[in-house]
Write a protein that binds this ligand. Sequence first.
Ligand SMILES: NC(=O)C1=CN([C@@H]2O[C@H](COP(=O)(O)OP(=O)(O)OC[C@H]3O[C@@H](n4cnc5c(N)ncnc54)[C@H](O)[C@@H]3O)[C@@H](O)[C@H]2O)C=CC1
Ligand SMILES: O=C(O)CCC(=O)C(=O)O
Length: 312
Amino acid sequence: MPSPIVLVADPLPAHLTAELAADFDVRHCTGADRAQLLAAVPEASALLVRSATRVDQEVLDAAPRLRVVARAGVGLDNVDVAAAARAGVVVANAPYSNVVSVAELTVGLVVALARPVLPASASVHAGHWRRADFQGVELAGNTVGVLGLGKVGELVAVRLRAFDMRVLTHDPHVRDDALERTGAQAVSLEELLRQSDVLTVHVPLTDTTRGLIGERELSWAKPGLRLVNTARGGIVDEFALAQALKEGRLAGAALDVFEFEPPLSSPLLGLPGVIATPHIGAGTAQAQERAGREAVRAVRQVLTGGAPDPAA
Ligand SMILES: NC(=O)C1=CN([C@@H]2O[C@H](COP(=O)(O)OP(=O)(O)OC[C@H]3O[C@@H](n4cnc5c(N)ncnc54)[C@H](O)[C@@H]3O)[C@@H](O)[C@H]2O)C=CC1
Ligand SMILES: O=C(O)CCC(=O)C(=O)O
């Protein structure tokens, strides 16, 4: 009997896909466009993705043999989980694989907004020595608002408490033990914006969180707010954010994620005070190894008939 086909649609560590190739027919279509994906998927029993490949009804309809979609990462907004369930396809993600990496990048971005490290470095490289141009603010004593006190939000809160920041949070499902571990105080979304010097976004992108931080919410912002989003584009309205930055109501923003990636037409690109990174929250060797390993394990479990771990 021919080996089941495992289609690798986004880049994963090569040694992990090589391990799978010992038992399955592993085929790669990383960097493929939509038409190439739709042409490759009909034979596949398993599909391995990260965040770039959209697995929607069209892909599922084109894949009658598909048994598992394994997401080497956390967010499942690129997978139509309900449609997969209807089609009897298991969806597995890697919920703890990269949360430390995302939290660490977030803290780095919070620091980089408070102290203008990036423009100062560019200036020195350009041959200048302008110490007075790069005055920042101390984080100690500032208030950070953590929007979404889940796995990443909690790690961020604990790390920023170590900077002597006061931590507020807004999360409709917040658990008491998370508040205890972080020392965060739960407030309404409006209070979070009114009181925070730094707002950091850690909610998933869903129908209810799309546009959660828009024009109205930014009108509540404490003057000089610095905003960090390492969760998903689409949660923060990019046009409303650009307007608030242009009007000087916000002091800066750091974004790892954009509504459309790459964000070629984002109003935020080129704005002073905006730090932009190319969705690298999970971009560490350790996170990629863990996420890839969990995804590969899920594929193996489903294709060999073991009980799969459900998506979290
Ligand atoms: N930049 C990157 O490379 C990465 C980004 N992410 C993003 O980070 C997000 C968060 O990850 P985790 O912390 O692991 O998820 P999680 O599921 O552990 O936590 C999310 C939290 O958001 C809360 N929440 C949901 N709706 C909310 C709302 N309307 N207002 C306030 N809080 C709300 C939930 O109650 C939960 O506590 C992921 O969904 C993913 O999109 C995750 C990994 C890598
Ligand atoms: O590295 C990736 O695929 C993106 C990570 C991510 O955004 C996630 O795990 O939700």
